[in-house]
Design a protein around this ligand. Structure first.
Ligand code: FRU
Length: 493
């Protein structure tokens, strides 16, 4: 093991809190330091492994390592020691994002981006590391995909984030590259052994239709359709779906005989404020599961006083396809951790109301809201107390939902408001809200919309109130979520 990796492992072992009431109850963080993109999200030896972009030493982005955790049920994560450090000449400036797959001999293969700054510029190439689920050795002939495999005129500086999978005995990977027009391309590569790679095609090109450069691609089939996901840099706001800056998109379509992807429908993946760089895996029972970095780059650049970590993952979500759209729903395993059900059926709300038993910060909350004819606006305030509140407002006539976290404890103003379309069915709308100490994830209907945001209101801002301009009928089910605290995850209990 190199000194750099040993140092990272020693540091996290010493500093990752053992008793940590200030950490999220069930959203994965690095425990210490900073995390961004999920990496190498893949089954291995009957469990689900998740690596992540990781700077253990500071709550800001820095020298990129790969942190590591695993879970049997997507919820109860157990930390493993850091897997990769930027300790080789070809990755000395960062082990950037990538994927994982299992080799025919049973070992785990990681494919990641090595970043190397040289006097003549920065180079990104794809590198391999092989291991047993805990310890990984970088391949002696790294890098395994270099500029030689790039199309003419494309950038050697922006070439990253390989997502790898195995299909019919061969390995495939998609990676992003800044093409010769200066915007993003998704390239498709193939390999027989996971170590020798050839470019098969330019799978899909941005052509400046959706932002500029792309990041973190993923590609899979779902219900007979090809699905391509990627994150977008410098998106320009268009419809209510797309807003300025970083965002994530998916395209549903098909692949032709030349390995080119044709999009039949394109959409924003999330409607919230904090979501980027997701990865998916095929679960052992065949479900397609997605996990995202629950953070926007724009808001990540501030230090939150008193926080020992920066960056959280979403709860993993089951993906399904319906009417040309991806639906997202929290993994069903989460429901095993529900306790203490409190419910209200068909109650009428108008005045601001605080319902007995409906308060707290860690819960799974289901609501069905049926507005009366003249109602235009219904608001649920969460994380409420001492001047703090986060508002989720339903505009019943416009058919939109607005998130407003202007009073949620951020030291600086970044974008704190987002509004997006939400469909009513037979005059009613169903919402599911996953609340954790530092976040809210909202799912509309059966997962037609998902919207995440991180929140930093103090621990005792636990109030939840409902109010409406005219009467609404509401049914509520609230469950506490009791999940292993992070200190127990550290011990793998
Ligand atoms: C996306 C990203 C990736 C890169 C990584 C670096 O958030 O910019 O493209 O590999 O983060 O940490």
């Amino acid at each position: 093991m190199t000194e750099k990796l040993q140092k990272a492992r020693d540091f996290e072992a010493l500093h990752r809190p053992k008793v940590a009431p200030q950490l999220p109850a069930y959203h994965l963080t690095g425990g210490v330091g900073w995390i961004n993109d999920p990496n190498g999200f893949a089954p291995y030896q009957g469990e689900y492994h998740l690596f992540f972009q990781y700077n253990p030493y500071d709550t800001q982005w820095g020298p990129m390592h790969w942190g590591h955790a695993k879970a049997k049920d997507f919820i109860r994560w157990e930390f493993l020691p850091a897997a990769l450090a930027p300790d080789a000449p070809y990755d000395k400036d960062g082990c950037f994002s990538g994927g994982a797959a299992t080799l025919p001999d049973g070992r785990q293969l990681l494919l990641y981006t090595g970043v190397e700054a040289r006097p003549e510029g920065t180079f990104q190439s794809q590198c391999a590391a092989i291991g047993d689920g805990v310890n990984y050795e970088k391949y002696e002939h790294n890098p395994v995909i270099t500029a030689k495999e790039l199309p003419d005129g494309s950038s050697t500086q922006d070439f990253r984030d390989p997502k790898i999978w195995r299909e019919n005995g061969s390995f495939y990977a998609v990676a992003v590259n800044r093409g010769k027009d200066g915007s993003g391309d998704v390239l498709l590569f193939g390999s027989e052994d996971g170590l020798h790679w050839q470019r098969k095609s330019i799978l899909f090109s941005c052509g400046y239709r959706f932002g500029t450069m792309w990041e973190c691609p993923d590609f899979f089939h779902l219900d007979g359709k090809a699905v391509l996901i990627h994150s977008v840099m410098e998106m320009r706001a268009k419809t209510p779906e797309y807003h300025n800056g970083s965002c994530t998109m998916y395209h549903i379509g098909h692949v032709d005989g030349e390995n080119c992807f044709h999009a039949e429908a394109s959409h924003a993946m999330e409607n919230g404020i904090d979501f980027y760089a997701p990865q998916t895996l095929e679960a052992l029972d065949g479900r397609r599961i997605l996990i995202g970095w629950m953070q926007a780059w724009e808001g990540a650049k501030q230090k939150i006083p008193g926080m020992s970590f920066m960056g959280q993952m979403t709860v993993p979500r089951e993906l399904t396809l319906r009417d040309g759209r991806l639906l997202q729903w929290p993994v069903r395993e989460l429901e095993r951790y529900r306790t203490e059900k409190i419910s209200y059926k068909d109650i009428t709300i108008q005045e601001e109301s605080q319902l007995p038993g409906i308060s707290g910060k860690v819960m799974d909350l289901l609501l069905e809201i049926t507005p009366s004819e003249r109602c235009t606006e219904f608001t649920m305030e969460i994380n409420k107390g001492d001047g703090f509140h986060t508002d989720i407002t339903l505009f019943t006539k416009k058919g939109t939902i607005r998130l407003d976290r202007s009073f949620s404890g951020f030291p600086h103003d970044v974008n704190h408001v987002r509004e997006f379309p939400a469909d009513f069915h037979n005059g009613a709308i169903r919402l599911r809200l996953l609340l954790d100490r530092y976040s809210a994830e909202l799912f509309v209907g059966e997962g037609e919309q998902a919207a995440s945001m991180v929140l930093y209101a103090p621990e005792d801002a636990v109030g939840i109130t409902l109010r409406s301009d005219k009467a609404v009928e509401v049914s509520i089910e609230k469950y506490n979520l009791e999940i292993t605290e992070n200190w127990r995850m550290c011990h793998g209990e």
